[in-house]
Design a protein around this ligand. Structure first.
Ligand code: FPP
Length: 247
């Protein structure tokens, strides 16, 4: 087991799960097989997160841009998601995992929305970890939706335009009540954010690995956490200030 300091665990880890297609292609398999293996990684990373005491885990499972994919691939992803929610419910309940989603969920097929709603309801009392899936999610769309909500509050006279603060914006994002991610992991080697949590990752540490998502399992996850713990987070202060604060 890796040397992870439980005192210095990131409170919130967000992951861009990339590379299912490339993983499958390199093995002459269909992209769907890549997603299926990717779902096994999801299970492993959720379990590992819970075991070490991560409180918030957010996975980018379907972006707004992913709607451009072939219909059969999109349908396969929804099928996989439904299967995942069914197969993991018991474990979520036993392990205190609360299920949550962010994104334009109303765009998902009705049966998938129903499964999501049921899983949210059944796990709502769990308190040890929150597993959030970003589905039909785009950070720019989130910001647009947030601006719209705030504009309505101003229009109806609930608040004035001078009341718009960082805190107010944060409260109106899809991620209201969630802490910002401390660590953002991206698999499959690309150094991009791909419209994921743009506001929330302002101070996140970023870890990019060439490993494709279906091969990203707990060993490498723990390595990412070790690397995170070696880094110094300064939030704009100097290294000396951070060191003094630690003493
Ligand atoms: C990126 O690989 C992955 C996705 C777009 C979907 C993520 C889905 C899963 C991990 C499987 C199911 C999820 C759950 C929650 C059960 P890609 O297809 O973009 O890979 P590529 O860039 O190599 O083509």
């Amino acid at each position: 087991m890796a040397k992870i300091d439980p005192q210095k665990l990131p409170k919130h880890i967000a992951i861009i799960m990339d590379g299912n297609g490339r993983w499958a292609k390199s093995r002459s398999l269909s992209r769907i097989k890549g997603h299926e293996e990717g779902a096994r990684s999801v299970r492993d990373i959720v379990r590992a997160s819970r075991e070490i005491g991560v409180q918030w885990l957010t996975l980018y499972a379907f972006s707004e841009e992913n709607w451009r994919r072939p219909k059969y691939e999109i349908q396969a992803l929804w099928r996989l998601l439904k299967r995942f929610l069914q197969s993991e419910l018991e474990e979520m309940l036993q392990n205190g995992i609360r299920f949550h989603v962010i994104g334009r969920i109303y765009k998902l097929p009705k049966d998938v929305q129903k499964s999501i709603k049921e899983t949210i309801e059944k796990t709502s009392a769990n308190k040890d970890m929150t597993l959030t899936l970003a589905l039909s999610y785009g950070a720019r769309q989130e910001i647009v939706d947030t601006v719209e909500k705030i504009a309505t509050q101003i229009e109806t006279g609930n608040i004035g335009s001078g009341d718009v603060t960082e805190a107010l914006v944060a409260e109106n994002l899809y991620t209201a009540n969630m802490p910002d991610p401390d660590l953002l992991i991206r698999t499959s080697g690309e150094f991009r954010i791909s419209n994921f949590l743009l506001w929330q990752i302002a101070y996140a540490e970023i870890y990019v690995t060439p490993t494709h998502w279906p091969d990203f399992r707990r060993d490498e996850y723990f390595m990412a956490l070790e690397e995170y713990q070696r880094r110094e987070r300064r939030f704009g202060a100097t290294g000396d200030q951070v060191a003094r604060k630690r003493k």
